[in-house]
Design a protein around this ligand. Structure first.
Ligand SMILES: NC(=O)c1ccc[n+]([C@@H]2O[C@H](COP(=O)([O-])OP(=O)(O)OC[C@H]3O[C@@H](n4cnc5c(N)ncnc54)[C@H](OP(=O)(O)O)[C@@H]3O)[C@@H](O)[C@H]2O)c1
Length: 277
């Protein structure tokens, strides 16, 4: 298998309107470039409009639009969705890829920041947009293999003194548990939910960490894990017609850290209903 061969196995997407949150860096940016190759119409939801415009200029691609959206604020999520649906009442897929690893002690709508952006932001997005969607839509949620790590059930996820990585891991555990709830309870029958994981790859997600950790992490990850293009293929698989409600897509290599996409059964131990009451 090569990326070229894998891309050839995905259908042309020129009849698809795809909304992408978190397409201005790392995995999302690689995925955006693949969407362009596959001729999709892309609506980028981005917090940094100048950065998004520069990317669009460089891509030199007609079928792309930008809407302002910041997943760290409920009012911005609402406004972003209202602006999106006013302009595009029908979209085919929405990819919720934005995520942070943050050290800040600032709260996001009353929650620890990374848990706020990565989980409560997604949940607010889903609960606000789904009742407004009147045609069949697919929502893709970006998870992480860290959701498979151990968690003590007594951990208080609203504790704002959690260690940086623990808080991030919990945010992804919540997101994956929420995905399972959406699929198993079929809360929004009009909407198909797909969960992806990118494995491990070197991106700017480490930007808020101490510079030693940031640098050492980048070198280690670039040496031992897959590149960002390969890591973005699970997102491409998710928007293809092969993925349907409940699909869970991960890299196929050992421990799902790298490799081409494969479909997997959602692991029981990640259901964790207690996290997402
Ligand atoms: N890298 C990995 O090994 C890895 C492993 C497992 C899961 N993931 C997940 O993959 C996703 C992408 O991560 P990445 O590694 O590609 O990181 P990245 O390079 O830092 O990209 C993150 C993207 O999210 C956007 N974003 C962050 N906060 C936002 C907010 N408040 N509102 C709107 N957009 C926001 C960023 O926008 P700006 O460009 O404006 O910063 C950027 O486009 C994340 O959900 C991450 O948790 C990554």
């Amino acid at each position: 298998m090569s990326i070229k061969k894998y891309l050839a196995s995905i259908e042309d997407l020129s009849n698809q309107k795809i909304v992408l949150v978190g397409g201005t860096s790392g995995i999302g940016l690689s995925f955006l470039k693949f969407l362009v190759k596959k001729n999709a119409y892309v609506i980028l939801l981005a917090r940094n409009i100048k950065k998004a415009e520069a990317i669009v200029d460089e891509l030199d691609y007609r079928n792309i639009d930008i809407i302002e959206y910041d997943q760290s604020s409920y009012s911005s999520i609402q406004k972003g969705i209202d602006d999106l649906l006013n302009k595009y009442p029908k979209v085919d897929s929405i990819v919720l890829n934005a995520g942070v690893i943050s050290k800040t002690k600032e709260l996001m709508e009353g929650h620890p920041y990374s848990i706020g952006v990565n989980y409560y932001g997604i949940r607010y997005f889903v609960e606000y947009i789904c009742p407004k969607l009147d045609s069949k839509t697919k929502i893709v949620i970006q998870g992480s293999l860290v959701a498979g790590f151990h968690l003590n059930k007594k951990t208080n996820i609203e504790d704002n003194n959690l260690k940086t990585f623990k808080e991030y891991n919990i945010s992804k555990m919540c997101v994956e548990a929420y995905f399972y709830k959406l699929v198993s309870k079929r809360i929004y029958p009009n909407v198909d939910f797909v969960l992806t994981e990118p494995g491990i790859t070197s991106t700017n997600i480490t930007r808020n960490l101490d510079s030693f950790l940031k640098h050492a992490g980048k070198v280690f990850i670039s040496t031992f894990f897959h590149n960002v293009d390969k890591a973005s293929l699970t997102l491409l698989e998710a928007v293809s017609s092969r993925a349907s409600n409940g699909s869970y897509i991960v890299p196929r290599g050992p421990f799902t850290v790298s490799g081409y996409p494969k479909y997997k059964k959602f692991p029981k131990k990640r259901i964790r209903e207690y996290l997402i009451k």
